[in-house]
Write a protein that binds this ligand. Structure first.
Ligand SMILES: [Zn+2]
Length: 459
């Protein structure tokens, strides 16, 4: 949208998620082009010029768009498998299937993953993709293209694995890369697709898969590559007791010390899960400003444990929310993770004071922007920031009797999205995507899931 064209949203509750948690019981937001121009209590100022649209948002809460900080899009076509396994057994069951993915499968799976999140209020998505079978096509290009076509702001965490079966790893050898091959392909992806500008729609991070699927050299050289290119670093960390045991047996130290020894703590790093962290691990993350992608549903699905999110927040660790891959969180939605994060953390050590509704909303918005390195651009509603925001409908049966809108959004049923804007462009209306055909995506993902199952069954 041209910079001088305005959209006015009025008569809505607003949770800005700014540094002071400013909220308005009834207020307005003015978008100008792809940025937020102004917001506040009451009606929008009189006399605004070039207003192309005026939305009466009575009965709605407006929040920053949700930000997903950990996902594996390709898993959209392997949902509902190995449903009663822990992480290691689940990986052993699924790697032979995942090793057969190709470009059309990954494109369809990316569309399915993105569509499910976008229609539930996600405006910034990420995909940690680390399975690049030999001869499988331009998987990174397919994923980035799907996000661009859907109009969602996006970070591709270009993953990698160089520890296949012959090196004692879990994936088949034809599904892993060499050390040099992974580094070269990652650098090429950054150079081709990463945009460092304020309003970038596509960014790329360097993202070796996990301590037990990559060599120490790939971690160390990957960190150096990311810093040379000026991009962020992402991986899985401290997910399970088995990983902790593996690190002690292989490296003589726990995961956090191992990450530190390979250059993987820092304000340019974020890690998924971080479930098994002791006090000194949390202190090291806080000291180095290393971020965390908290994935409560996936951790429950794989019986991994409960991350110590309240302790991390108290220590000053940046924490965002993640769907994680949909082979370990079949719902694929992020707005339901606000509620799950709150409830699961209350089952942990902190009981009823673990997290409140506003902290949960902050995890899914500003916290996510922090860990993706985009907190100055998105994650809160403030003048000058990008126009990434969601109108949640809270005046129907599901929510109307709950007085506080943030409580309704977090504690209540998954709220319908009346409108979602990314970069000032509306991508969702009344719960349906404006930028893609959901039914066509559903058919394509079913067909590609069936094709993958057939190929995998042939072995
Ligand atoms: Zn993951």
């Amino acid at each position: 949208m041209a910079a001088d064209r305005r959209i006015v949203i009025e008569n809505c509750a607003i949770a800005t998620v700014d540094a002071n948690d400013t909220e308005y019981a009834s207020g307005h937001v003015v978008l100008a082009g792809h940025r937020i121009e102004s917001l506040g209590a009451g009606r929008a100022p009189e006399g605004l010029e070039n207003v192309v649209r005026r939305i009466d948002a009575s009965g709605h809460l407006v929040t920053p768009g949700l930000i997903n900080t950990h996902h594996h899009f390709y898993q959209w076509i392997t949902r509902g498998l190995a449903t009663d396994h822990n992480l290691f057994d689940w990986l052993v069951a699924l790697y032979p299937v995942w090793a057969r993915i190709d470009e059309p499968m990954v494109r369809a799976a990316a569309q399915g993953s993105l569509a499910m999140m976008a229609r539930g209020g996600v405006t910034t998505a990420m995909d940690h993709h680390y399975v690049f079978p030999h001869g499988s096509g331009d998987l990174s290009g397919a994923i980035i293209g799907a996000a661009r076509d859907m109009g969602v702001r996006f970070t591709l965490a270009r993953g990698s694995m160089d520890r296949g079966e012959k090196d004692g790893g879990l994936p088949p050898d034809f599904a892993v890369e060499t050390l040099d091959g992974a580094l070269a392909a990652t650098e090429e992806t950054v150079r081709k697709h990463h945009d460092s500008s304020f309003d970038a729609m596509t960014q790329v991070a360097v993202a070796p898969c996990s301590p037990f699927s990559v060599s120490t050299e790939l971690l160390r050289d990957g960190a150096q590559l990311a810093r040379r290119l000026g991009v962020r670093l992402h991986t899985h960390g401290s997910e399970t007791v088995e990983e902790e045991k593996f690190c002690h047996e292989s490296f003589g130290m726990g995961p956090t010390d191992y990450f530190e020894s390979t250059g993987w703590l820092g304000e340019d790093v974020w890690m998924a899960h971080c479930v098994h962290m002791n006090d000194s691990d949390i202190a090291a993350f806080a000291r180095s400003r290393t971020g965390v992608a908290h994935c409560p549903s996936s951790n429950a699905r794989l019986a991994a444990g409960i991350a110590r999110v309240p302790d991390m927040l108290a220590a000053g660790v940046p924490v965002g929310l993640g769907v994680d891959g949909t082979a370990s969180n079949e719902s694929g939605e992020l707005h339901t993770e606000l509620r799950n994060a709150l409830l699961i953390n209350r089952l942990g050590a902190h009981k009823e004071r673990a997290l409140n509704a506003r902290q949960a909303l902050r995890l899914g918005t500003y916290g996510g922007a922090q860990v993706l390195g985009r907190a100055s651009e998105t994650g809160s509603l403030e003048p000058g920031k990008l126009a990434d925001l969601v109108l949640w409908k809270l005046d129907t049966l599901a929510h109307a009797s709950i007085a506080d809108p943030v409580t309704a959004l977090v504690f209540g049923a998954a709220a319908p999205v009346t409108a979602s804007f990314v970069n000032g462009r509306q991508i969702v209306e009344d719960g349906r995507l404006l930028t893609a055909d959901e039914d066509a995506i559903a058919r394509a993902t079913r067909d590609e899931a069936q094709r993958l199952a057939r190929i995998a069954a042939q072995g």
